[in-house]
Design a protein around this ligand. Structure first.
Ligand code: GSH
Length: 325
């Protein structure tokens, strides 16, 4: 989609390396959609640890998604990406991070910092390692198993092997191997996860209080409100994705079930078209399965297998139709 006239930058050259179910990827997809920017997506397949491949580590030595490439410029870190597109495409869509010399801007900055500082990854993996901390998780057991494997000692070993095979990336691989080992320790530490969940609740209590202010404004003006005001901002990018993630991993009893305004906020987000498209659908398990399977087969078994599979499905479909009539 070409930028409308008057726009200084075209979004045509935006390429997002992402993964459907990744929390930080969904933040960026949502921000891009709210800004109304068109972008190409390239899935980085976690089940086969594609983010460890040398071509990807050369793009991002941390080996993480999301990663945005705009006109050849590589930007990592979800919050930086959101700020980047908000600044470069300041004339497209709403301002996600309004200037901090306004009340709205200061509020957005405060809540965004508060929520950005939460260790979301440890909530997800903490409940995968300690399933009894979760209730009614929507995460299928197969994904939990995959996630546990992702952090097994064999993963750290694989990274050390890759460091030996690719001397130019040795430092990056070794750093990543150490990080995997450190994260595994944190995730296994039940006491730490429980403490982090208690701290999460303190932050959500502050959010609930702020939503109370918005409710008063809505009652007075009749205008729909988000976390900081009438417009959907960077603070909402983070909050809506966070609440969705907490529900996904079975932590609603620590979040929306205890906080009616947060619950109403989540219902409102679910009706917001960019959220529906880039967060809800893309994290539904059937969608992820159908969308990612062909790419995964192509990557692991080669293009020939995909052609054969397509031919078999076509022949089967034609035969089924022919036999019926
Ligand atoms: N601080 C980074 C975190 C990115 C991150 O942790 N991404 C996860 C997926 S949600 C990832 O790439 N994990 C793969 C790995 O740790 O090897 C951001 O905000 O973008």
């Amino acid at each position: 989609m070409a930028a409308p006239s008057g726009s200084q930058s075209s979004s045509d050259d935006l390429l997002l390396y992402h993964c459907d179910g990744s929390f930080f990827s969904m933040k960026v997809r949502l921000a891009l959609a709210v800004k109304g920017l068109s972008f190409k997506k390239r899935t980085v397949f976690f089940p086969i640890q594609e983010n460890f491949e040398p071509w990807y580590m050369r793009l991002d030595p941390a080996g993480l998604v999301p990663l945005l490439v705009h006109n050849g410029k590589v930007i990592s870190e979800s919050t930086r990406i959101v700020d980047y597109v908000d600044t470069v495409f300041h004339d497209r869509g709403p301002r996600l991070a309004p200037p901090v010399d306004t009340d709205l801007g200061r509020r957005v900055r405060h809540f965004r910092d508060l929520l950005d500082g939460l260790p979301v990854e440890l909530y997800s993996y903490g409940t995968i390692y300690h399933p009894d901390l979760a209730k009614d998780s929507s995460l299928p057991e197969i994904l939990r198993r995959k996630a546990r494997k992702f952090l097994s000692p064999s993963t750290a070993q694989r990274l050390h092997d890759l460091a030996a095979m690719h001397p130019d990336l040795a430092e990056a691989y070794t750093r990543k191997a150490n990080k995997v080992a450190e994260r595994t320790r944190d995730r296994e530490d039940r006491g730490l996860i429980e403490k982090l969940l208690d701290e999460l609740e303190v932050a959500l209590d502050e959010v609930e209080k702020q939503l109370g202010e918005r409710k008063k404004e809505k009652d007075a003006s009749g205008q729909q409100q988000w976390l900081c005001g009438e417009s959907f901002t960077a603070a909402d990018v983070m909050l809506s994705c966070l609440v969705h993630r907490l529900k996904w991993v079975g932590l609603s009893h620590r979040s929306t079930l205890k906080r009616p305004l947060l619950d109403a906020y989540y219902l409102q987000a679910q009706k917001f078209p960019p959220f529906k498209a880039e967060v809800m659908y893309t994290t539904s398990v059937p969608y992820m399965f159908v969308r990612n399977l062909p790419g995964l087969i192509r990557k692991t078994a080669g293009p020939k297998l995909v052609v054969w599979a397509a031919m078999i499905v076509t022949v089967a479909a034609v035969s089924a139709v022919a036999l019926k009539y």
